[in-house]
Design a protein around this ligand. Structure first.
Ligand SMILES: Nc1ncnc2c1ncn2[C@@H]1O[C@H](COP(=O)(O)OP(=O)(O)OP(=O)(O)O)[C@@H](O)[C@H]1O
Length: 610
């Protein structure tokens, strides 16, 4: 990438991503508890096994230094001055070997089970998050780039993996081990025990100042990743436009900046993380010095035996390990918290288009639609629709026309209940659509969008998306009815041809026919059609017109028309301007009025004949 490009990318702020807020709450126990509720389903089943294995592993580990001390004081240099006993030493070695075996067995078993539970918890959490996101309203997605939503389901959930697979159990084990060691040291010799542990409070004071910084550093990492993913997602989706406008270098430069900033954030967070290590090492070295200085004094005054001194040295070695791990675990918890806050933020997001608790199923509808004094705004005080009144009888076809931004799609968005009006009501067969379940409403209102979305999978599956239980025969009949059958058969594997995400291997016209077949299969009483603007060849255009006739027959239909020739025969043509209905009537009436519609027709005619 050239320097020039990098400078340009820096100067211009072409891509602006709204940042997730940096969450600055103190350590949030409620959140940790909430996270742990995901463990509950497995607690009864597997927790007892894990606890037994954990206690076995820790007990055997703690027994070994005591056994060594016993060997020194009884088998090697007996306290009473007698000569050592080789047979006793063999016995002790045998017991130590058995203890190691038990420890190994218990740990292997425990790791296997904790991994198993951890993976299941992550699975549940991801599933919960994904299914919740599926239900969120359009308003939620209006505010967020797709990439940043993606990061929460992937990276943020992954960040919890370590915590659930081994973190929690290690935390418990380390706590048990620490308490065990403290008790043993105090039992062996209270004074020496207290002397070597004098450095612990010191270590806590030093490390606590690090914690806050580590937490913010990890949040910063997540935020930068989220921004980078949003950009990545947008760049891939818009790659054609980027290449067409030769913006590859600038895009790369912009990505480069984001990538660097992400890398530096990582460096900073992991450097802060690592700084726990030296703090522990210095305190453990001080502890050892105290042990050898004060311990050897106690040995010389016969207050303790050599065996006890060696046991102390072993236990102290084992004492700092769990503290070090607890420090790391703390960072892991902080990472997990930064992620879980972001996950729960989504899970707590309520769909703005909510369902009333007493919502009924919308029974099979006839298809009368009424817009009653509708006012709607996407953003406060910027109305997109003002006082819309519209009465549509079942089976009628309504065309919505008007300049770009006049509010055509917004009317459709309200009819599908992607948004709720600020004032007024939308009624279907006399029922307010807010009183019925969203599922029963949307399953009877079909929509064919301008940007026909084709999912990766077979052609057959894409048509079947309209009604998942449709048979192969029904799928093919729908395709035949909308003139899609012939082109599908000409594809390499016919109905089983695999299409890529968004259907890039199909032409615009073919995608449109597929979406008609999908809608016909769903057989909705009310059909919405956002007519494609792209110009297609006359033959395909004819096919589409014929397909439309089949599709619209007998249904209440709303057509957002861009080519005015296609709506000439509609029962009612509604002309919108700046969110207000300016004219309505059939083609002949509106032409006679010589108003906006007349002007639009004239303009299109002039454009076509120019
Ligand atoms: N998600 C959104 N958030 C904020 N404002 C929006 C949103 N969608 C549309 N608008 C605004 O609402 C107004 C009406 O938009 P709408 O999409 O209904 O127009 P339209 O007539 O369908 O336009 P077009 O023919 O270009 O599709 C426009 O001013 C638009 O900028």
């Amino acid at each position: 990438m050239s320097e020039q490009a990098a400078r340009t990318a820096n100067k211009r702020n072409r891509f602006v991503y709204q940042d997730d807020e940096l969450i600055e709450k103190p350590f949030n126990w409620a959140q940790i508890r909430r996270l742990f509720t995901y463990m509950r389903p497995y607690a009864k089943q597997l927790l007892p096994i894990i606890i037994v294995m954990m206690v076995l592993g820790t007990a055997t580990r703690l027994a070994i230094p005591a056994l060594i001390a016993y060997a020194i004081d009884h088998a090697i240099y007996p306290k009473d001055g007698s000569s050592g006993s080789l047979s006793l030493l063999y016995w002790i070695a045998g017991i130590a070997f058995a203890l190691y075996l038990v420890q190994w067995g218990a740990n292997t078993f425990r790791i296997r089970y904790t991994n198993l539970i951890g993976q299941r918890i992550i699975f549940d959490l991801r599933q919960h998050l994904f299914s919740h996101i599926q239900k969120l309203s359009f308003r939620f997605f209006d505010k967020r780039p797709a990439g940043s939503v993606l990061v929460r389901v992937t990276n943020d959930v992954n960040a919890l993996q370590d915590l659930f697979t081994n973190g929690v159990v290690n935390l418990m084990m380390d706590c048990v081990q620490l308490v065990g060691i403290v008790v043993i040291l105090l039992v062996l010799n209270v004074k020496l025990g207290l002397a070597v542990m004098i450095t612990v409070p010191l270590m806590f004071i030093v490390s606590s100042s690090l914690r806050r910084r580590i937490r913010t550093a990890w949040q910063d990492v997540r935020m930068k990743q989220s921004r980078m993913n949003a950009h990545l997602n947008e760049s891939i989706q818009g790659i054609r436009v980027t290449q067409a406008y030769v913006q590859e270098q600038n895009n790369t430069a912009y990505f480069d900046n984001m990538n660097k900033s992400n890398m530096f954030a990582w460096h900073r967070a992991s450097a802060l993380n690592q700084s726990f290590g030296p703090v522990i090492e210095v305190t453990s070295a001080i502890g050892m010095l105290i042990l050898f200085w004060y311990g050897s004094h106690l040995v010389q005054t016969s207050a303790i035996t050599i065996g006890v001194l060696v046991a102390f040295a072993n236990y102290i070695g084992n004492f700092w390990d769990p503290i070090n791990r607890l420090g790391q675990m703390y960072s892991q918890l902080l990472i997990a918290m930064a992620s879980s806050e972001r996950i729960f933020e989504f899970i707590d997001e309520e769909p703005t288009v909510g369902e009333r608790p007493d919502a009924k199923r919308l029974q099979e509808i006839r298809g009368d639609v009424t817009f009653e004094d509708i006012v709607f705004e996407y953003e406060k005080d910027r109305p997109a629709l003002k006082n819309i009144r519209l009465d549509v009888k079942a089976g009628q076809s309504i065309a919505l026309v008007g300049h770009t931004g006049s509010g055509k799609s917004t009317i459709i968005n309200l009819l599908c209940r992607f948004y709720d009006p600020v004032q007024g009501r939308v009624l279907i067969d006399g029922q307010d659509i807010r009183d019925v379940t969203v599922e029963s409403l949307r399953s009877q209102v079909g929509i064919v969008l301008q940007d026909t979305f084709i999912f990766s999978g077979s052609i057959r599956d894409n048509i079947r998306f309209g009604r998942l239980n449709a048979t192969d025969e029904e799928v093919e009949l729908a395709a035949q009815a909308v003139n899609a059958h012939d082109f599908i058969l000409s594809l390499p594997d016919g109905y089983d041809t695999q299409v890529q995400e968004r259907g890039n291997s199909l032409s615009m016209g073919q995608r449109q026919l597929l979406s008609f077949a999908r809608a016909l299969l769903a057989d909705p009483r009310v059909l919405i059609l956002d007519e494609a603007t792209a110009s297609i060849d006359t033959e395909t255009e004819l096919k589409i017109q014929e397909a439309l006739k089949t599709l619209l027959f007998g249904r209440t239909s709303f057509i957002i028309a861009h080519r005015l020739s296609t709506i000439r025969h509609c029962d009612n043509i509604v002309v919108l301007d700046h969110g207000v209905i300016m004219e309505q009537g059939d083609h002949d009436e509106l032409m006679r009025q010589q108003g906006i519609y007349h002007g639009l027709i004239e303009a299109q005619y002039r454009f076509l004949s120019a």
